[in-house]
Design a protein around this ligand. Structure first.
Ligand code: C2E
Ligand code: CA
Ligand code: CA
Length: 661
């Protein structure tokens, strides 16, 4: 508002100065015309006076008598026709009138006017002509512009004899001058405009543009350009009044944190324009569900936050649910329908709470909503905070672990189903916290995948497993678990090949375990990498079989070397033995049928051993044979197992094998 007032003031000043300048030019021109007219008149009057004196004959006599002779009278009548002179008066040296050109015939003989004309007297005494211009437009018998010129009359010997007042018609002269000067009169204001007004206006325009830019920048700093909602900064500033020192505990305030589910997919499928359209539609869907005092903002990316003062918990969650439903309606975009969803976290805060804590709580609840399957509303509870802290703690440890710091591999034996001898070990990763306690992989592997840290960590695991297994007996293999994320850069086969070469570790002693999730949505690159690994002689095992889709198509498409039946089958065996038994038997037969070895996981006790005894498993794995153990313990177990095997072989009258270390 202030900016506009300033501009208006500056504009008025510019206009006023231009008008004053233009008026000045007009007045100046008028004066110039007057000046030139007077000069011209003076010169004409002087010439005329000379002519008059020379031709009249005995002007001195006329001045004295005031009565012209007949000849003089004729000449007087002729003189008013000459040189634009339309009238004249002759004065005596004392300033009294001797003759008036258009009145002398009516004046009695010898009679003269006795009053003194001051101007005529002064001109007689000083010799300086007196010239005055008159506007005759409103006077009878007068031209539009005329001059009264008092000029001294001198005789042949330069003796002053009187004064003549000559009336000169200067109308044409002034008009000609004016029209001659008129182009200047018109051109000058234009010139003024050019050299003053135009730059001033340009300056003002620049100012106006700068003001508009400033206003735009202000708008941008306050609102999100894409959706028109408040941006994070202005939203936080705006709702701060409900919280902390400004807040009132008797008036709870609702906060909803909203995040679009799998927004990357929307962008990938419909391009950034489609993504933008969906963001705008989400903003509208949110706004449409809010009461009049609800405040919505786009926090950045695909995150939105809503503040609802004075709502109950039920109202808060109901609004969040309505937002979810409205977004799920989808939008029409370029003839297609974009269907997308959002997850929302809600928190009903006390007014005394700090705004950052309130936002944080709603954010945690939103994460919880994502974890529990997305497209859902979750309310904040205190234990979520603990969970988040734990996650942050693990994240910190993981970031330090990228070079192996705090990482440890444990090894769980995998035994032969018949002889029960150890055939190899599965490498299972552990993360050590600052206080020395061990964190299990289920707690940190998904987070490492999300944070993009699984690749360096996975590489460390492979190298550590290979370098350790190198010291084991040559018939023993090591099995390493791989995350689907490790297949994304497509350099896994070359990376593994380098490690095998570095440690001179035979490929056939390395087994890689993958899960079904790796194969879902494979565009061929996973298949290619698995083939390359197999070609090196590495064994590929399908892990946790029976838990996911257990799609049979994967089994023939990818040609695994081993099938590891998930431990839930064995562990659940006791509850529904007959059905489960049939399923397990079928899987074993199926695996063998397509040339795979089959391993049972989760073998914990004698019951399991007995139940599995008459099934045709190749390998067994579980706590019954050993918990995952560190490398030193694994070395001791290997020694003991070797001894056992030798003893068994001797007892059975078999020559002990050479390769049993
Ligand atoms: P998994 O591949 O199925 O590994 C076997 C898990 O079952 C291990 O848990 C092991 O301790 C546990 N287990 C073994 N025998 C028994 C038993 O008789 N009863 C029961 N109840 N559990 C048994 P752990 O070590 O916590 O590993 C969990 C999962 O973490 C693994 O499941 C694997 O998917 C993943 N994981 C472990 N290490 C790595 C790794 O280096 N990289 C990747 N990407 N994932 C890993
Ligand atoms: Ca495994
Ligand atoms: Ca498994």
């Amino acid at each position: 508002m202030r900016i506009r007032k300033h501009s208006l003031f500056a504009f008025c000043v510019v206009i006023a100065v231009t008008v004053v300048l233009s008026l000045g030019v007009w007045v100046g021109l008028d004066r110039a015309v007057d000046r030139v007219t007077k000069n011209e008149a003076e010169s004409r009057a002087a010439h005329w006076t000379q002519y008059f004196y020379q031709n009249l004959g005995n002007l001195e006599g006329l001045i004295r008598s005031g009565k012209p002779t007949e000849t003089q009278a004729k000449l007087i009548d002729a003189a008013v026709q000459f040189g634009d002179v339309f009238r004249f008066k002759v004065f005596r040296p004392d300033g009294t009138v001797a003759l008036v050109s258009d009145e002398y015939r009516f004046i009695n003989e010898g009679h003269t006017l006795s009053e003194v004309n001051e101007k005529a007297l002064a001109v007689f005494q000083t010799g300086t002509s007196d010239i005055t211009t008159y506007d005759g437009r409103l006077k009878d018998n007068r031209p539009d512009t005329y001059v009264e010129a008092y000029v001294q009359i001198t005789d042949g010997a330069d003796q002053k004899i009187g004064v003549v007042e000559v009336y000169l018609d200067q109308t044409n002269m002034a008009a000609n001058l004016r029209s001659g000067f008129s182009w200047i009169a018109y051109a000058l204001p234009f010139l003024c405009a050019l050299i003053y007004l135009v730059p001033s206006l340009a300056f003002l325009k620049k100012g106006a543009i700068a003001n508009a830019e400033k206003a735009r920048a202000e708008r941008l700093s306050k609102y999100d350009v894409l959706t028109g909602l408040y941006n994070r900064r202005s939203f936080t500033l705006f709702v701060e009044k409900f919280f902390g020192g400004n807040g009132d505990d008797t008036k709870p305030v609702g906060m909803i944190f909203i995040d679009i589910d799998d927004f990357k997919q929307v962008n990938d499928s419909y391009g950034h324009e489609g993504g933008d359209a969906f963001l705008r539609a989400t903003a509208r869907a949110i706004e449409d569900q809010l009461p009049a005092d609800g405040i919505a903002s786009r926090f950045g990316g695909d995150e939105f936050v809503v503040c609802l003062p004075g709502v109950s918990k039920e109202q808060l969650n109901a609004i969040a649910e309505k937002i979810l439903a409205a977004v799920s309606n989808g939008i029409e975009y370029k003839g297609k329908t974009i269907v997308g969803h959002v997850s929302a976290g809600t928190h009903l805060a006390a007014g005394s709470q700090d705004i950052e804590d309130v936002l944080h709580a709603a954010d945690i609840a939103m994460y919880k909503a994502k974890e529990s399957g997305k497209n859902t509303v979750t309310s904040y509870t205190c234990d979520m905070e603990q969970e988040l802290k734990e996650r942050q703690r693990i994240e910190k440890l993981l970031r330090q672990a990228v070079d192996g710091t705090g990482l440890e591999l444990h090894y769980q034996p995998i035994n032969a189903s018949d002889s029960k001898a150890i055939l190899g070990f599965e490498a299972l990763l552990r993360l050590q916290s600052e206080d020395g306690t061990i964190i299990g992989p289920d707690q940190f592997i998904p987070l490492a995948e999300k944070l993009g840290l699984i690749k360096p960590i996975g590489n460390w695991v492979l190298e550590e497993a290979i370098s350790n297994a190198k010291s084991w007996p040559e018939h023993m293999f090591v099995s390493v678990n791989l995350s689907p994320v490790q297949f994304e850069p497509q350099d896994l086969p070359s990376m593994v090949a380098n490690l095998l070469e570095k440690y001179e570790f035979p490929a056939k002693r390395l087994e890689l375990e993958v899960t079904e999730s790796l194969l879902m949505g494979d565009d061929g690159s996973v298949h290619k990498q698995l083939e390359a690994l197999k070609e090196m002689g590495i064994s590929i095992a399908m892990d946790d079989f029976g838990t996911g889709y257990s799609s049979l198509s994967y089994l023939w498409k990818y040609k695994f070397d081993k099938l590891k039946i998930d431990r839930s089958f064995v562990l659940g065996y006791e509850n529904d033995s007959e059905t489960l038994k049939k399923i397990i038997e079928t899987i074993v037969v199926l695996g063998h049928g397509i040339g795979m070895e089959v391993t049972a996981e989760g073998v914990e006790n004698d019951t399991h051993i007995d139940a599995l005894a008459h099934m045709d498993f190749d390998q067994l794995q579980g706590f019954y044979f050993g918990q995952p153990m560190d490398a030193n313990e694994a070395a001791r177990v290997i020694s003991a197992d070797t001894l056992n095997t030798i003893q068994r072989q001797i007892a059975a009258g078999i020559e002990p094998e050479q390769n049993v270390a």
